[in-house]
Design a protein around this ligand. Structure first.
Ligand SMILES: CC(C)(COP(=O)(O)OP(=O)(O)OC[C@H]1O[C@@H](n2cnc3c(N)ncnc32)[C@H](O)[C@@H]1OP(=O)(O)O)[C@@H](O)C(=O)NCCC(=O)NCCS
Length: 219
């Protein structure tokens, strides 16, 4: 079910469809933020990291045409600030999706990402009829853990060696919301100060487990 990519706005933050002609500006921003992004960047277990920005935009647009992704550029006061991708959209009995994001270092700390995540989630629940949104975060990524804490994404569990990031399989904490938890909208709930306390709190058991590497079998 292909879906058009909308433009979504709140204050100075705009989410708009990514386009092939964004490649140059995006590449400039990605290169300027290499050391800021590298630790958190998805990599391929099969091949070295590619820096072909046009190819990665093309691939994002293909996913959007087949209905499995919504690739956004994030702008702050009209300036390219980062990216937000809704990916792994599944329909039917699951009706679920995942969100990934980054902003350039110079844009950090202005709540751009929580606003962007709230806008995208509200669109997916309200306009697309999706039921569940998931965000997975490395245990070491304190700034990103703050994003889900601000919005009240609910902690769901530890996923061992879940995503290939910065050259290795990394553990992730999984957080989610389902539509009926946020009937008035994720953005509204946060702006009205109605996010329930402790939703994103990781239990001690999972925290301790994530501090130890998963034993890997020799054979
Ligand atoms: C994680 C990230 C997307 C957060 O985006 P953001 O728009 O800065 O989000 P917020 O403004 O809500 O900031 C979240 C927390 O980051 C921390 N932070 C703020 N400014 C920061 C800075 N300059 N450097 C590092 N951390 C900072 C603060 O703890 C902040 O929480 P606070 O608002 O309660 O003080 C951003 O840090 C980033 O792009 N990091 C690199 C890529 C990445 O980690 N992607 C996510 C992978 S799951």
């Amino acid at each position: 079910m292909p879906t058009a990519i909308p433009t979504l706005r709140e204050g100075a933050v705009t989410l708009r469809p990514i386009r092939l002609r964004d490649a140059k500006a995006l590449e400039r921003e990605l290169m300027a933020n290499r050391s800021w992004l590298r630790t958190w960047e998805a990599t391929s277990p099969y091949a070295p990291m590619s820096f072909d920005t046009r190819a990665s935009i093309r691939s994002l647009l293909t996913h959007s045409r087949t209905g499995s992704g919504l690739p956004f550029l994030v702008e702050y006061n009209g300036e390219l600030a980062g990216q937000l991708n809704v990916s792994s959209i599944t329909w039917g009995s699951l009706s679920s999706a995942s969100i990934g994001y980054w902003v350039g270092e110079e844009f950090a700390g202005r709540s751009i990402t929580p606003i962007a995540v709230a806008l995208a989630t509200d669109y997916c629940f309200g306009q697309l009829g999706l039921h569940r949104m998931e965000i997975c975060i490395r245990p070491e990524n304190a700034p990103s853990l703050r994003v889900v804490e601000k919005l009240g994404f609910r902690y769901e569990g530890l996923r061992r060696r879940f995503i290939h990031i910065n050259g290795a399989w990394r553990d992730h904490f999984a957080f989610a919301l389902v539509a009926e938890e946020v009937r008035g909208g994720v953005l509204r709930r946060w702006q009205d100060g109605l996010v329930p306390e402790g939703q994103a709190r990781v239990n001690e058991f999972d925290r301790a487990a994530a501090a130890q590497p998963l034993p890997v079998a020799d054979k």
